[in-house]
Design a protein around this ligand. Sequence first.
Ligand SMILES: Cc1ncc(COP(=O)(O)O)c(C=O)c1O
Length: 372
Amino acid sequence: VIIGRLAPSLLEKLEEEGLGTPCAVVDRTILEANLSGMASLVADRGCTLRPHFKTHRSIEIANRQLALGAKGLTCATVSEAEVLVEHGILNIFIAYPMWADGAKAARLRALQEKAALRVGVDSIESVERLAATTKGGPTLEVLIEVDPGCHRSGVHPRDVLRIAKCAESRGLTIAGVFAYPGHAYGGPNEVEPAAKDEQNVLSDASEILAGAGISISVRSGGSTPTARLSAGRDISEVRPGVYVFNDRQQLALDSCRDSEIALVVLATVVSVSVPGAFVVDAGSKALSSDRLPWMEGFGVVRGARDLVAKALYEHHGIVKAFDDGRRPEVGEVVAIVPNHVCNVVNLFNELLVVGEDGELERWPVLARNIPW
Ligand SMILES: Cc1ncc(COP(=O)(O)O)c(C=O)c1O
């Protein structure tokens, strides 16, 4: 059985609990170290940590992040924010270009009544709609999204003032500006330039606003690979998500070490009938099909970098054998480091969290598959 640092009794524990593979297993010791490592790095830089909830979707982890000094949580969706509020977490930034229409508008309005809520905007139209939705309610703060070169969403710094003026005239409070440097995921050599890009666009945007007499307190940057580089450097807040577990993408970006991988998917070998490979019971419904264009495969067996999941069907993962033909036998269990942990967590109902002494806790994954 290739299960690395996981307690050897784990498989018996899973059986006792009526659980089996594939499952998402978290090493609690590594998780705690990742949480406190990021919290102290960000605090040492005089920066605020507002971690992204979409990675773990777990109240247990959100509460640990807050206890370690996080100011509040970041979300991508109204449904994630609703779950946080339900569990008493009331300081929330929905870092997404909000389009408050239909039922979503009503749900946002309800959240506004209960939580200290910040929302992302990147157009005049979204500001107008948001203002109409939230009028008469408690203060709702907006952050204007700036594009640092990721070209996903966000405006050029020169367009921030137009949006800010509209927000002011409609009675919205402008807390600041935010950016997501997703182009850091272009490869290990892209991380540093992407961090610089986010620092530059956020400081350009805040200078433009200051020049027009609009002073802001928040310059919020994103992403796990860039957080360590950007925290405190013209950036007042960082929103990393993946750092809690890390994954194969972070390894490939040199953004974490093997010893910092806190989540693996346990999978059982179900077939060795094809030479040069073996088949595990974790396919795209357990590992997700997410893959950066420059990376090969969909996951790797922990501690065995040759054993790459080279193809996925829904319920079959085809893993390459060692070059000399060695491979696990049918019935063995392997621990797979997934490419992108956020999508993997979203595929499971619970995280199986294993402590140092082998005790197993089951933490529910919340707001999964409600992507709005
Ligand atoms: C707006 C925003 N902020 C923060 C993050 C977290 O970054 P990472 O996934 O690199 O941890 C994301 C991730 O997609 C994001 O979209």
